[in-house]
Ligand binder design. Sequence first.
Ligand code: IPD
Length: 287
Amino acid sequence: MISPATPELPDGVTVTALRDLAVRLATAAGALVREGRPERVVVAATKSSEVDPVTVMDRASEDLLREMIAAERPDDAILGEEGDDVPGTSGLTWVLDPIDGTVNYLYGVASWAVSVAVVAGPPDPASWTVVAGCVHSIADGRTWSAGLGEGATRDGVPVRVGAPASLGTSLVGTGFGYDAGRRAEQAQVLTQVLPRIRDIRRLGSAAIDLCLLADGSLDLYYERGLNPWDMAAGAIVATEAGAVVTGLRGAPAGNAMTVAGPPDLVAQLAEILEAAGADGASSPGHG
Ligand code: IPD
């Protein structure tokens, strides 16, 4: 995958420095969440539905990220899952998911992460460019990071997407939304995908899923309904590792659909997803 041109950065700022800061932010918040995990995690509130939880640690982790950014880069904007947007003047925005995989965190299933990305341009996923990102898997400490044009690493070692022989032998990650109606549609789509692949994995953190794709632990990934903070850091890790990360019908990756993997297999999977109306667009037979 050829990286998009590096956008103009503020004077004296480099991709490498932003990537290093993303790693420091994610690992500091990860340490807070790991060390502060109580024996029994409780739900502090719910968001889009009764199965979309927020915990005390989601908020504490995001508070720490916001404090560190305010101290180190006070002119940058912030877009975080758990708080109000902070406007900036530098042209850079930090996109934060303080715990991606909150349901896993709640139950102690070991796939939850801090996801930190920094983007340039308008604070709108359709038009920004992700400059650097870090996904820190809190339970086991694995840390993926990438900078635009610099490649992607896991724990400092370069990673590349896998080279599966065919769609039929590909292991495919996906996820489901928090709304019951959306889930029913996603289950329908799955009936079209599952018979054509090796198997499905629903691991519960979109950020980690994209990083597993980047290091060859998954062959493909798709999901409808991702928010910018779920995917910004994982998407740059995946693209810098050689993946295509896209939407359907020529759209960019985003809330309607994100499909990621090696280009030829993404094209094959996208064809199935388009026919199934997996992005919510009507298609013959799936109105
Ligand atoms: C969720 C996770 C999950 C995905 C959902 C996301 P959260 O993020 O990434 O894997 O399927 O779409 O909302 O709520 O744990 O931050």
